[in-house]
Design a protein around this ligand. Sequence first.
Ligand code: PMP
Length: 361
Amino acid sequence: MKSIEKLFRPAVQALEGYIPGEQPQDAGWTKLNTNENPFPPTPAVVAAMREAAESSLNKYPDPLVTSFRKAAAELFDVDPEWIIPGNGSDEILTILFRTFVDPHETIAFPYPSYVLYGTLAEIQGSKYKHLALNADWSLTREAIATAKQQKMVLIPNPNSPSGTVWTTEEILELVPEQGVLVHDEAYGDFRTESISRNLLDSDVGKQIIVTRTLSKSYSLAGIRFGFAVAHPEVIAGMRKVKDSYNCDAISIAAATAAIKDQQGMREHVETIRKTRQSLTASLAKLGFHVQPSQANFVWTTHPERSHAEIFEALKKRKILVRFMKFPNAGPELDQLVDGLRITIGTDEQIATLVNALQEIM
Ligand code: PMP
């Protein structure tokens, strides 16, 4: 056989494939590129993982992840039937595509935002549209009209890479007439005020799916755990397409302990918010423009200097930030074709970054 690739589904043959941020495996990096939490998970979480490791790993885990669903339901003040956990919120997104989107259908998401949405649409064999943004990252009128016609609309809120937020009213305008809206709250805990309750309680609440991750605010990117909050009719459909045992026993133990330890999570979030403020001020002093952020990262651009060069100069010093390019962002966002997204680290990591930038600039 000449080429196995010819046997791939056409949608897969055409696929470029999603490239996640760099994850260097050697020591010594100041890693500010993939929005991880710089602090370790809280002691209660580590203890729960240890306990799970020492008991019944020979058995399959609970397919419905009851312990976690109960704890998350309490937090969101809903019945556990409103919660479905997954192997990271990326898996929840995959489940949503498999539940709602057929190959001939179209989905939409803001551009620039989370690139994976487009890749998931391509894997599914479906089409996607970009929702155009104004220079201040607000949605254009045209974007709102487009959103209404889609089968599924995905909105990261706070958005990545900008860290900007949309209000309840703005989100409700985007709910498709004959489809669903995925409100991706990967960075929701860093936001000043949560809007998930407003969305789920609205007239179109049944068409809204809130997604969350434990990778960011709960310091658990390493175990892969996320979940969705939605009307039980939605959850019932999602359950039909998920893998039987999509969450493993150790992750379930960690995630359940983490979500019960709200105080531990909040303390880390508060520290990160303060450091975000000080990094914003330091970058401004160095002549950068910094988009006001409600996430655990900032989007920054410099009016004169090459972002690619700054990225490379930092990398030489073993400091990793994310250089991001968004070609064809449309006339409104021309000046934002590329830039740097910097994850908020510890105060020490941010001091290392700012010292390096002072040398480079
Ligand atoms: N949504 C957004 C907007 C993200 O930036 C990320 C992290 N890359 C995710 C979802 C996925 O997070 P995870 O799979 O770690 O839960």
